[in-house]
Design a protein around this ligand. Structure first.
Ligand code: NDP
Length: 315
């Protein structure tokens, strides 16, 4: 049978390129988990995806109710769930003021981390009950949250501190909107959320890999400088960023190539190792990359897990 992969944020950029790459193999059905139904189905059509190769299901990660409703809806499709890819993200580098999810969390961490945390926790039992040979839960990471790299050292750097802002509810009411308790900074909030993504993947691995046989993985697909992720950046940045990444840092990767990389993490029979953060070298060969000290801190991962459980109503 075909495999079924849920991909969040499959309406553009990396998520769409991955959906297309998987659909083209003829071996995958993609559940496109998107907040804008029409945009997602138009994007799939424009990408040339066969209409039988995907199903769009509404998911707004900025609402925990929407996440729970998505899980119910997806179960009603009565398709097995073999792979889940937590890919969607918001990035608000120029925001002066924080914005909030329906549950009152600062938006970047609320969508990128907390929404995905609840989704992944809910769908774990579905993954576990699938009979697919290699079941996987993938959370897209980033180099920018990784302070052991050059890109990760561009200020403001990711830093979760002692997680006091998160423990306080990340809502700006009696607590900070930043995980570490600091002043709002949209670029830092994004980087912090990516550290959360990488820590969450490892904590899933420690808690559930042996018990469930699910492979947990994260990745940095390369700098896909052309995606919508940078839509809120100033125009000059958007003009200069792609050539800068292409010719100066040489970290640039096309959406198509990045989609192939993520599709590999979804389906390649040789990438079954759990707990790995995948990266690719200049020749597009995958390798197991090292995470920064903070992004591989097991105590922090445990603490993050426990606080996140409380915030999303699982504990
Ligand atoms: P895009 O902005 O193109 O894609 C982000 C996707 O997330 C869109 O489909 C968007 O939906 C969706 N999304 C945003 N908010 C929500 C929400 N509340 N609920 C549901 N979906 C939502 O960016 P990329 O493709 O670049 O980003 C994909 C992933 O890749 C992210 O995890 C990012 O951190 C990561 N990444 C990107 C890099 C890059 O260089 N671009 C580098 C490293 C990692 P909509 O279409 O409706 O706006």
């Amino acid at each position: 049978r075909k495999g079924t992969a849920v991909i969040t944020g499959a309406s553009s950029g990396l998520g769409l390129a991955t959906a297309k790459a998987l659909a083209e193999t003829g071996k995958w059905h993609v559940i496109m988990a998107c907040r804008d139904f029409l945009k997602a189905s138009r994007a799939a059509k424009a990408a040339g995806m066969d209409k039988d190769s995907f199903t769009v299901v509404h998911l707004d990660l900025a609402s925990l109710d929407s996440v729970r409703q998505f899980v119910r809806n997806v179960r009603q499709l009565e398709m097995p769930i073999d792979v889940v890819v937590c890919n969607a993200a918001v990035y608000q580098p120029t925001a002066k003021e924080p914005s909030y999810t329906a549950d009152g969390f600062e938006m970047s961490v609320g969508v990128n981390h907390l929404g995905h945390f609840l989704l992944a926790r809910e769908l774990l039992s579905d993954l576990q009950s699938s009979d697919y040979p290699s079941k996987r839960l993938i959370i897209v990471g980033s180099i920018t949250g990784n302070t052991n790299t050059l890109a990760g050292n561009v200020p403001p750097k990711a830093n979760l501190g002692d997680l006091r802002g998160l423990a306080g509810g990340l809502n700006g009411v009696g607590s900070s909107v930043m995980i570490d308790g600091g002043e709002f900074d949209g670029a830092k909030a994004y980087k912090d959320s990516k550290v959360c993504n990488m820590l969450t993947m490892q904590e899933f691995h420690r808690r559930y890999h042996e018990e469930t046989g699910v492979t947990f993985a994260s990745l940095y697909p390369g700098c896909i400088a052309t995606t919508g992720l940078f839509r809120e950046h100033i125009p000059l940045f958007r003009l200069l960023f792609p050539p800068f990444q292409k010719y100066i840092t040489k970290g640039y990767v096309s959406e198509e190539e990045a989609g192939k990389r993520l599709a590999q993490v979804v389906s390649d029979p040789s990438l079954t190792k759990s707990g790995v953060y995948w990266s690719w070298n200049k020749n597009s060969a995958s390798f197991e990359n090292q995470l920064s000290e903070e992004a591989s801190d097991a105590d922090k991962a445990k603490k993050l897990w426990e606080i996140s459980e409380k915030l999303v109503g699982l504990a």
